[in-house]
Design a protein around this ligand. Structure first.
Ligand SMILES: Nc1nc2c(ncn2[C@@H]2O[C@H](COP(=O)(O)OP(=O)(O)OP(=O)(O)O)[C@@H](O)[C@H]2O)c(=O)[nH]1
Ligand SMILES: [Mg+2]
Length: 541
């Protein structure tokens, strides 16, 4: 056990916790998460010139889309951690990919967050992937702040958008600001709490902050500044909202049943600063987390944390693998000796890094809410708990059920070592699952994934990061089941046509079926065996 900490340390710990804001930005692809992230960095002073997700030749790329394939395609593929300070708060911002094929990475990242920022495209409203991610947030009662983006485009009526959030997500809304004009005529936002008009000006490429003019509804020059029609509409809207809206209910927000809503255009820097201020004021600091020993408060003095992400080759100069640890309780200190229950021994946490997308810098200490990186010599896996006081485990982070499969072939035979190393690292990261056919003569790896794009990430990263050319042969299978039973029964198992017996990375037996019907048939024909989905198998363990 650790010695009882001095009052001073507890004080620092409490302050440290109170200052932390750890949130994930989530949405359907292309709503503007990475753009909003970049602009939050700009306004917080963490970058002095904003990059762009589709950078032109002489422009900087967005900080959080650092991977080559992300920059080529203009989409996010892997979540990114950005730590920065703003107004006495320490932000740990987690930018996530929206694409369904990368949802496992987004899901893991949500496990590290204390709140979520839901970005909506004002022309599209709630899209399918936003809804799915919202459901994950709801299961964890995560507080959600909503940013309705792209007001500079012709979008839907703001009231209609609010209605959709309430209806589709069954989530109460509380607009805290309101757009002034829309599309070409989008000029700024009206702060409904301070009753202030914030008018923004467009700048070239929006690389720098937008100049802002502050006034109020009573300003006699307002009509002249924003136009007669916009002014009248704003006065009407303000009156309507003042009459309709209950005051912002913080308790309901913290319980995840009400979301404060903000409007803006991340691309044009409109409404970004008010949103940053809202994150300081509203986003919660770290909360207690459930473990197999009950709830652990962030202010509990003994350090504990969870590994939620692994990423290789972030830094082209180091080419190592980084394990991302979210500090859950206590103050972390460099070189701490901690319990590692999965390994059943203690490990020393040396060389912690503060993370800013692909950049890193060593740190000596960290507080609950912080995400720090450790170059991982194979001792960490996604879902591992480490703790300095008693040994315990936080809830595991289960892998997703794979739904598509492909054989991966190395075309550069002389690079057989790099191929194996690359594949092993990508597997460790959870980019794909790797299986091997049991009866086949050639032992080529079979990749299992939630979606096709994950396969492309594997071949593209094998090439970019390991200099290996590889090809894929898609398999017809759609359903994987893990088998539990005696070795004899497994050997005698009767399988329908086109099924494939495989073993996973932990040498557990599984079968790939070509369809759900074929899987049902396999289950019926082998009554002595259990055929489990991955989550059912993990629950059993
Ligand atoms: N007109 C307009 N376009 C925007 C705005 N914000 C972002 N965009 C554009 O929308 C596209 C998608 O933006 P991203 O920031 O990459 O979206 P994302 O949500 O991070 O996308 P994924 O990470 O791939 O899911 C880019 O072309 C942006 O330039 C905005 O306020 N107005
Ligand atoms: Mg993105």
């Amino acid at each position: 056990m650790l010695a009882t900490p001095s009052t001073n340390v507890i004080d620092n710990l409490q302050q440290g916790v109170a200052r932390r804001r750890t949130f994930a930005i989530i949405s359907h692809p292309d709503a503007g998460k990475t753009t909003l992230t970049e602009k939050l960095l700009l306004y917080a002073g963490a970058v002095n010139q904003a990059g762009s997700v589709r950078a032109r030749k002489n422009q900087r790329a967005a900080t959080s889309d650092w991977m080559a394939m992300e920059q080529q395609r203009g989409i996010s593929i892997t979540s990114t951690v950005l730590q920065f300070e703003y107004k006495d708060c320490v932000f740990n911002l987690l930018d996530t990919p929206g694409h369904r094929d990368f949802s496992e990475d987004t899901y893991r990242t949500l496990m590290a967050a204390d709140s979520a920022v839901m970005v909506l495209d004002s022309a599209k409203g709630i899209e399918p992937q936003t809804k799915k991610l919202f459901e994950v947030c709801r299961q964890r009662n995560l507080p959600i702040l909503t940013f309705i983006n792209k007001l500079d485009h012709v979008g839907r009526d703001p009231l209609e958008l609010l209605d959709e959030i309430e209806q589709v997500l069954n989530l109460r809304v509380s607009p805290l600001n309101w757009p002034i004009g829309s599309g070409e005529a989008f000029q700024g936002v009206f702060d409904l709490q301070a009753q202030q008009v914030l008018l923004f000006e467009r700048t070239v490429h929006s690389q720098y902050r937008a100049p802002v003019k502050v006034t109020d509804l009573a300003d006699p020059l307002l009509a002249e500044t924003i136009g007669e029609r916009a002014c009248q509409r704003l006065r009407e809207d303000a009156e309507l909202l003042a009459g309709a809206g209950a005051p912002f209910d913080r308790e309901a927000f913290l319980a995840g049943t009400l979301t404060p809503v903000f409007f803006g255009s991340a691309l044009n820097n409109f409404g970004v600063e008010p949103f940053l201020a809202a994150l300081v004021a509203l986003a919660p600091s770290p909360r207690p987390r459930e473990s197999d020993r009950g709830w652990i408060a962030p202010t509990s003095p003994a350090f504990s944390g969870i590994i939620f992400k692994i990423q290789a080759n972030m830094d082209p100069q180091h080419r190592d693998t980084m394990a991302f640890l979210r500090v859950c309780s206590g103050r972390f200190e460099k070189d701490m000796l901690v319990h590692h229950p999965r390994l059943g021994r203690k490990v020393r946490m040396s060389r912690p890094h503060r993370l800013f997308a692909r950049d890193r810098e060593t740190v000596d200490e960290a507080y609950p809410g912080d995400v720090i990186g450790f170059s991982n010599p194979g001792i960490f896996r996604i879902g591992d708990t480490v703790s300095a006081g008693d040994s315990f485990s936080y809830a595991p982070i289960p892998p997703f059920q794979p739904e598509c499969f492909a054989i991966l072939r190395n075309s550069t035979i002389e690079k057989h070592k790099q191929f194996n190393k690359g594949l092993e690292q990508l597997r460790e990261e959870g980019v794909v699952q790797v299986l091997y056919a049991v009866d086949q003569y050639r032992r080529e790896p079979i990749l299992g994934a939630v979606g096709e794009l994950q396969f492309e990430v594997v071949t593209s990263r094998l090439q970019a990061e390991y200099g290996v050319e590889a090809t894929l042969e898609r398999l017809p299978h759609t359903d994987a089941r893990w088998i539990v039973g005696s070795a004899g029964d497994i050997e005698d198992m009767y399988l329908p046509m086109q099924s494939l017996r495989v073993r996973d990375q932990d040498r557990r037996e599984a079968v790939l079926f070509a369809s759900a019907t074929s899987a049902r048939y396999g289950v019926e024909k082998n009554p002595n065996l259990k055929f489990l989905t991955l989550s059912a198998l993990n629950e059993l363990a």
